[in-house]
Ligand binder design. Sequence first.
Ligand SMILES: *[C@@H]1O[C@H](CO)[C@@H](O)[C@H](O)[C@H]1NC(C)=O
Ligand SMILES: *[C@@H]1O[C@H](CO)[C@@H](O)[C@H](O)[C@H]1NC(C)=O
Ligand SMILES: *[C@@H]1O[C@H](CO)[C@@H](O)[C@H](O)[C@H]1NC(C)=O
Length: 176
Amino acid sequence: MKFIAIVASLVALVSSSKNGSPLCYYDDQTMQQGMGSPSALGYSIKVSKVGTSYNLQLVNTDQTAVYQGILLFVTTPGGTDAHLGNFTNFDTKKFKSVDPSFCSNDGVSGLATATITHSNPSNYVVGSGTNFTWTPNAGDFANGNLSLTAVVAAFTNSVPSGIPTWQHLADTVVPK
Ligand SMILES: *[C@@H]1O[C@H](CO)[C@@H](O)[C@H](O)[C@H]1NC(C)=O
Ligand SMILES: *[C@@H]1O[C@H](CO)[C@@H](O)[C@H](O)[C@H]1NC(C)=O
Ligand SMILES: *[C@@H]1O[C@H](CO)[C@@H](O)[C@H](O)[C@H]1NC(C)=O
């Protein structure tokens, strides 16, 4: 079920930046089938704990990378079926939650605000002020640290094909 949904929506993740991703779930193999090999686009996410929430800062070291799309969520390490916590305090001109109906179609549980994607068709360079607040639900850390998954699609001079490429960011720990 998940697999079929991904195949159908892969192209949408990168090319229909207008509406955000209809994809609630990430699969490396299917992503490669749809978009070719990933590229090191220079994106990473810095996680810092602020009270009972976390500040997630999207940073980018490739100044030629022009951001196109994103998928962002927190799970248990290696987990796929439950997206944990909720995202707040992000720029709603650029980002939004993935439609909850896409998530339930993909077999992913979680709050409506547990999976983030892009909301804006414009290309832009992601600056260091691109932050999200993530707040766990009670019990999310019961088994220890959690894991942040992020996939970014972008144009970059290092892949001058005129089509966007993509990066699965290094797995990032959200510490208990
Ligand atoms: C989302 O997180 C905020 C904290 O930033 C919290 O106040 C709110 O209750 C959460 N929403 C849901 C639906 O749990
Ligand atoms: C984003 O987070 C970083 C790291 O915590 C912080 O230095 C920066 O001021 C934040 N930017 C905004 C716009 O809040
Ligand atoms: C949890 O994350 C923290 C910070 O990255 C790390 O120091 C710690 O070793 C991790 N704990 C486990 C059990 O992996």
